[in-house]
Structure formats: structure tokens, C-alpha cells
Design a protein around this ligand. Structure first.
Ligand code: FES
Length: 61
């Protein structure tokens, strides 16, 4: 399956496809989703995943 990365307007990176997201020790971390949303605003409490905080901080791109 092809992997795609979409920069969402004023929000996270949306990754679709089979990927392994790992922590800095190489351990796979999962968010239980088939489509992953990675924080790029820096305010998520669930990094590297988006928790919606970009809306609260009015993140703009
Ligand atoms: S992009 Fe959504 S919390 Fe950072």
C-alpha cells in the first residue's frame, strides 16, 4: 500500500498507509488508528500524535 503524507491546513500531518512510528529507542508506538495525525504545532500532550490542541492555540500554516 502506498504511503501518503498530507499537510492539513492549520493542523497536523495526516499519514495514510502502513508505516511504523517509533520512539527514540526504536520501539513501535501506536495510536490505534489506520490514519495517523502527527502534531506539527508543538502543543499536543500526546506527541508525536495530534490531540487537537492546534485549534486551541490557533496554529496557522
Ligand atoms: S497539530 Fe494538532 S495538536 Fe499539534
Amino acid at each position: 500500500m502506498e504511503v501518503s503524507v498530507k499537510c492539513m491546513k492549520n493542523g497536523p500531518l495526516e499519514i495514510t498507509g502502513e508505516i511504523a512510528i517509533t520512539d527514540d529507542h526504536g520501539h513501535v508506538i501506536k495510536d490505534g488508528q489506520k490514519v495517523h495525525h502527527l502534531c506539527r504545532c508543538g502543543h499536543s500532550a500526546k506527541k508525536p500524535f495530534c490531540d487537537g490542541s492546534h485549534t486551541r492555540v490557533h496554529f496557522t500554516t
